[in-house]
Design a binder for this molecule. Structure first.
Ligand code: NAD
Length: 458
């Protein structure tokens, strides 16, 4: 008899096993795609108002179970309880927003002599969403909600370490009345279940969020079939502080601009670029703010930073930096996967810790001379996901926003993500955009139909 492979889900704050779930095999993926294809045919033929109503019911189910989902996210991902509540709310809101999109999705009539020309926006079919562990709930929803709204079925493969909230979302979808098979969650290993989804001829599009390394492999494999693809990949984002900014405000906002989710945030501002004339003043303000970050139990509302996701992630962070280096705070001893908040000064901009995505609570601070130097340093990376610009000069804010090659910039803020504004990366941070008013279009094909009014030639 074949042994069923299982995934142990650990609480990263305690290392206790929270649950064990079966890992999907390629045969499970085959069966799921067949079920999804049947459900999708029925779904695509459902009137827009009815599709929208069901998605709103799904949103209402999420709202009714918001606290349960948030607590589950704390246990499986080590997220702070306040953040986890925000994440469940983000799923609910995106489902509602996408439901509105169903009712607004329509093609165009383009004038053409001799007939009628119309464009049809057709669903793609079955969409595979492959999600990472760092924001398991919202990122699962960013691919799923607009894909469903546009008339597709979705098979979601969550990360190995964080399948639980995704599985619960699938149950809530069924409770809301979504057709059986329309939204399925298949926990499993990337190289097995994820790979089978990417290779499957019945899957029309892959939405992949994860590392640039795996994203490149998936892109190469999608090329064989010209499979549609959205990629949301890594980042090494700049946080640029000009001397004309409110330097204290910028310094005090800096810790949470890269320590949110213990630094396991694709938008983390991990390269802090500070104009030399205010560099010392900036460090004097930021140091006590980092040293006093409260690190510990993520279920405690007073905690400001929780654990890393896994032993493997902790080892990765330690391969870049030793705990206790630079300006740093404290962290519990263990059990659990803990690393102190760290800000490194006097770092060569080309050193691995300054150039590569660490994906932990670690940033570097680098001085710059003038605006041109700041732009040069900001762009000196293969990534282009996010960034912040701190200045009181509106002309400079615009100039630098236009010059920095990244998909999501914030001025005098480090907030990046709203479900109703577009999100995605330049360069090796990704391909395509999620969220925002056009999100549904990434899940349709445009067909052009010309109907001649001239009749057959006599
Ligand atoms: P990862 O690339 O290791 O894994 C992501 C997902 O891909 C997981 O579900 C994994 O099982 C699956 N996978 C792995 N190998 C696969 C394969 N060969 N075929 C198909 N699927 C496979 O990434 P991670 O460590 O889970 O997540 C962290 C990364 O995600 C970071 O680089 C982070 O920047 C990035 N990220 C990007 C965004 C964004 O929106 N740009 C958002 C969150 C995270």
């Amino acid at each position: 008899m074949l042994e069923v492979l299982k995934l142990d889900v650990l609480n990263p704050a305690t290392e206790e096993v929270v649950a064990t779930v079966p890992a999907a095999t390629p045969q499970d993926v085959d069966a799921a795609v067949a079920r999804a294809a049947r459900a999708q045919e029925q779904w695509a033929a459902t009137a827009p108002a009815d599709r929208a109503r069901l998605l709103r019911r799904f949103a209402a189910q999420v709202d009714d179970h918001l606290e349960e989902l948030a607590q589950l996210e704390v246990r499986e991902a080590g997220h702070l309880i306040g953040n986890a509540r925000w994440e469940a709310g983000n799923v609910r809101d995106l489902l509602d927003f996408s439901a509105g999109g169903v009712e607004r999705l329509s093609g165009r009539q383009i004038p053409v002599p001799g007939g009628l020309n119309v464009t049809l926006l057709e669903p793609l079919g079955v969409v595979g969403v492959i999600a990472p562990w760092n924001f398991p709930m919202p990122i699962a929803a960013w691919g799923t909600a607009p894909a469903l709204a546009a008339g597709n079925a979705v098979i979601l493969k969550p990360a190995e370490t964080t399948p639980l909230t995704a599985l619960r979302l699938a149950e809530l979808a069924l409770a809301a009345g979504l057709p059986e098979g329309l939204f399925q969650v298949l926990p499993g290993e990337g190289a097995v279940a994820g790979s089978a989804l990417v290779e499957h001829p019945g899957v029309a599009k892959i939405v992949f969020t994860g590392s640039t390394r795996v994203g490149k492999q998936i892109m190469a494999r999608c090329a064989d079939r010209v499979k549609r693809l959205t990629l949301e990949l890594g980042g090494k984002s700049p946080n640029i502080v000009f001397a004309d900014a409110d330097v204290e405000a910028a310094a005090l906002a800096t810790p949470m601009s890269y320590l949110d989710n213990s630094g396991q945030d694709c938008c983390a501002r991990t390269r802090v670029l500070v104009q030399r004339s205010v560099y010392d003043r900036f460090l004097e303000t930021v140091a006590p703010a980092i040293e006093s970050v409260v690190v510990g139990d993520p279920a405690d509302e007073k905690t400001q930073m929780g654990p890393l996701i896994s032993r493997a992630q902790l080892d990765r962070v330690r391969s870049f930096v030793t705990p206790g280096d630079g300006i740093h705070g404290t962290a519990p001893e263990g059990p659990g996967f803990w690393f102190p908040p760290t800000l490194l000064t006097d770092v060569d901009p080309d050193a691995p810790v300054a150039a590569e995505e660490v994906f932990g609570p670690v940033a570097v601070v680098i001085p710059f001379e003038d605006e041109a130097d700041a732009i040069r340093l900001a762009n000196a990376t293969e990534y282009g996901l996010s960034g912040s610009i701190w200045t009181r000069d509106v002309g400079r804010a615009l100039r630098v926003s236009q010059a920095v090659r990244a998909g999501n910039l914030s001025v005098n803020s480090h907030s990046s993500v709203r479900y109703w504004t577009p999100f995605g990366g330049y360069k090796q941070s990704g391909l395509g955009r999620e969220l925002g008013p056009d999100a549904l279009h990434a899940f349709t094909e445009t067909k052009n139909v010309f109907i001649s009014t001239e009749g057959p030639a006599q």
